[in-house]
Write a protein of this length. Structure first.
Ligand SMILES: Cc1ncc(COP(=O)(O)O)c(C=O)c1O
Lengths: 123, 428
């Protein structure tokens, strides 16, 4: 499928949940070493439920759209449900077919999420 | 003038289609394509002459030994080295720098010394020196670049600064008696800037008489005439795969007195002349630095690519690339004026290798590269293994189109058309 269909470009130009989350429970940073792209993801967790989520960073259309789409899925979900999300789920959510190198772009926000959950558990 | 159409017939890969469109290969700075002369020289070696070198009495071993040593002589001639003994075969430019770092740097750098590099180094001539300085407690100093990516050589803007724990300033200001090594690239792989080594090296000799000069020639030896004697460096490295040759083979050239005084880098077979139970006598140059069975086919491929380049003519290759870069800059400057593209690096093609670097406004370099790929155009996007330079230019990633002897002017037109597609897709 065309990687730059309208929906992806809209999420790239006007991402949901972009910005800071001042009262975040966890904030993590994740970088894509191959291009230097960086995402910062913040979650606010109350009673094992995600009640707030924000991200920011520099990235390509695919990583920003992926972060936008993924964060839309997180609000109101139980941590235990989010922990069961798979890479496949994110790839289907974004719904484009790209090379393995670009797959890393799409999965950057997902890797940040994995990190955030680990950090949350360790607290 | 190069007969590019004729040259292209030597490169089988250039007839490939990508997504149904003729391949436009604009990523030669990363690695070049290979002519059939190189491919078949290596093929012939494996089919007819293969045997381990240096230690066999039999005919094949003799042939193989002769072939690799002839290859060394051919490389020496190609760069104007006075002796093949000064030509050490390594895996690539990166390994060449690391060889110097370990064999020379380990013994010659200490606390109180300074190590100088430039802001436009590829990581391969940056990280080894940064880490050496860190381990030895030496000062690490970085010669800055201007906003358009030229090295700040002479004291123009002055002031040295401390940035992230490293000293950054004009090259001249960083040089003094404590400097033991200066690592400098001949041509920037990101911006194509050609550094005026004929100004720089005499300046280093004058102000930092103790310093050795390590030249990264990975982007100059393939693209322009390079004469070791004229450059006057102490060490120089380059990679075969960036000059029509195979991967896995590169060259470290060093001044004989320095190489003679250095201990080996790797130990094992071939690098010895006599092994006793408690001590070993090293082999003489160049084999002292070539432990183990070498990349014989790679060396044969090196000879073939040197021969190919010599027959085309290095001066003509440089001229061709200068014309291409001038043409590309003119085209892209039109887009820049329209405000949909930012160009990086010097605008003067006479001091710029065959590289143009840019970003489309509001579009990430990877996305631009992806759209161009859908048109069959191969460009590179990212930090190009030069993160300090990217940061200095205030960007995370850029798009780079790089040219070589097989690049046609029409392909730059295809690039420009591809960029118009990027503009349409992203509604810039
Ligand atoms: C200027 C420069 N130096 C060094 C290198 C490293 O070459 P290699 O990866 O072959 O060791 C490159 C290649 O990307 C380069 O462009």
């Amino acid at each position: 499928m065309d990687p730059y269909r309208e929906e992806i470009l809209t999420h790239y130009k006007h991402p949901s949940n972009y910005g800071d989350l001042p009262d975040a429970t966890v904030t993590v940073r994740e970088a894509n070493a191959s291009c230097g792209d960086l995402i910062e993801l913040s979650l606010k967790v109350v009673d094992a439920k995600i009640v707030g989520v924000r991200f920011k960073g520099v990235g390509c259309a695919l990583s920003i759209a992926s972060a936008s789409l993924l964060t839309e899925q997180l609000k109101g979900k139980l941590i235990s449900d989010v922990a069961r999300m798979s890479e496949r789920f994110v790839l289907d959510l974004v719904g484009v077919e790209v090379s393995s190198m670009r797959t890393k772009c799409i999965l950057l926000p997902f890797r940040a999420l994995g990190n955030a959950l680990k950090t949350f558990e360790k607290r | 003038m190069l007969d590019v159409k004729k040259i292209r017939k030597d490169f089988p890969i250039l007839s490939r289609k990508i997504h149904g469109k003729p391949l436009v290969y604009l990523d030669s700075s990363a690695t070049t394509q290979k002519p059939r002369q190189v491919i078949s020289a290596m093929d012939r070696y494996y089919r007819r002459h293969n045997a381990n070198v240096h230690r066999g009495v039999h005919t094949l071993s003799g042939e193989a030994t002769e072939m690799v040593e002839r290859a060394r002589a051919s490389v020496a001639r190609f760069i104007g080295a006075s002796s093949s003994d000064e030509v050490i075969f390594v895996r690539n430019a990166t390994e060449g720098v690391n060889l110097i770092r370990y064999a020379w740097g380990e013994q010659n750098i200490g606390s109180g010394d300074s190590v100088v590099v430039t802001m436009m180094e590829h990581h391969s001539n940056f990280v080894p020196w940064q880490q050496l300085a860190k381990q030895k407690g030496a000062a690490f100093k970085i010669a800055d670049v201007t906003d358009d990516g030229r090295l700040k050589i002479f004291d123009e803007s002055g002031s040295m600064q401390q940035v992230d724990g490293a000293v950054v300033g004009t090259l001249e200001d960083l040089l003094d008696e404590r400097v033991k090594v200066v690592g400098i690239t001949h041509v920037s792989n990101v911006l194509g800037t050609i550094n005026p080594l004929s100004d720089i090296i005499p300046l280093v000799r004058k102000k930092a008489p103790q310093a050795l000069v390590v030249v990264d020639a990975a982007q100059s030896v393939p693209h322009m005439p390079v004469d070791i004697k004229r450059i006057g460096a102490d060490f120089l490295v380059f990679s075969g795969h960036k000059m029509l040759g195979p991967t896995g083979i590169g060259v470290l050239w060093g001044r004989r007195e320095l190489l003679d005084a250095m201990p080996p880098f790797l130990f094992g077979g071939d690098m010895i002349s006599e092994v006793g139970l408690s001590d070993t006598v090293w082999n003489r140059l160049p084999w002292k630095f070539e432990a183990g069975t070498p990349n014989m086919a790679g060396m044969v491929g090196m000879e073939a690519c040197c021969q190919y380049l010599r027959s085309v003519g290095m001066q003509l290759i440089r001229q061709h690339e200068q014309e291409l870069v001038s043409y590309a800059l003119t085209k892209l400057q039109v887009f820049e004026k329209e405000g949909f593209l930012t160009l990086y690096g010097v605008r003067d093609a006479s001091v710029r290798g065959g590289v143009v670097t840019f970003n489309v406004a509001g579009v990430h370099a990877h996305d631009t590269a992806q759209v161009l790929d859908s048109e069959g155009i191969a460009v590179r996007s990212g930090h190009h293994c030069a993160m300090p330079l990217a940061r200095r230019l205030g960007v995370v990633a850029t798009v780079r189109a790089s040219f070589y002897i097989y690049t046609l002017q029409e392909e730059i037109d295809r690039l420009a058309d591809g960029l118009l597609k990027v503009r349409r897709v992203f509604k810039v």
